[in-house]
Design a protein around this ligand. Structure first.
Ligand code: AMP
Length: 193
């Protein structure tokens, strides 16, 4: 499978996030999976790329041209393919089109945006690809609680819990990505239910 990893660009995060991401990604690569990601060389993007590289995977980075032109970011220098679209929107579309599954490691605004965009389109049955959040050191506990609160207040439908997995357990995450449960509703049922 080609796995799209979303994650932090920040180079100053705690080492525990870097190490856990590298280890997970190396395991994914050893199971024969390949990487598509945002092309950054720092933070958890860099960690994901190193993990997949060390596990022998094929790596596709997708980074808008202005990152290079304006020296915004250190670009990962060992991608097998580097795709350079004009805009951030095109980049997300390319990453989504290339991916069979999404793994979201801890991140900031960019990562949250990427997560919610693919979650929104899955909610509307535009794709059925697995989405797994890797909850390193409980990073996504607050997000989990926020989602539950919105479900309790009926802003989000309860069935939406089927759309993604949040876990700190690597085996569970890999299992979910490789054999996701079937999505148990159609768009019509979702809208009327
Ligand atoms: P953030 O979570 O705000 O650090 O943003 C990281 C996510 O957004 C990654 O998954 C990238 O696809 C995208 N992104 C945002 N900023 C950058 C950057 N400086 N370099 C590469 N990708 C970035």
């Amino acid at each position: 499978m080609r796995i799209c990893v979303f994650g932090a660009a920040s180079p100053t995060i705690d080492k525990k996030y870097i190490e856990a991401t590298e280890e997970l990604c190396q395991q994914l690569a050893k199971r024969g999976h390949n990487l598509v990601f945002g092309g950054g060389g720092n933070g958890l993007m860099g960690a994901a790329a190193r993990g997949f590289r060390d596990g022998g995977a094929h790596i596709i980075g997708v980074i808008p041209k202005f990152f290079e032109q304006e020296s915004v970011e250190e670009i990962c220098d060992f991608c097998d393919e580097l795709i350079m679209p004009d805009t951030m929107r095109q980049r997300k579309q390319i990453m989504e089109d290339h991916a069979d599954a999404f793994v979201v490691v801890p991140g900031g605004i960019g990562t949250y945006e990427e997560f919610f965009e693919i979650l929104t389109s899955k909610q509307l049955c535009r794709h059925r690809k697995p989405i797994a959040l890797y909850n390193i050191s409980g990073y996504y506990n607050e997000l989990d609680a926020t989602m539950q609160s919105a479900i309790d207040k009926e802003f989000i439908k309860d069935v939406c819990k089927q759309l993604y997995l949040i876990t700190e357990d690597v085996d569970k995450l890999i299992d979910y990505v490789e054999s996701p449960p079937e999505l148990l509703y159609t768009l019509k049922e979702f809208k009327n239910g």
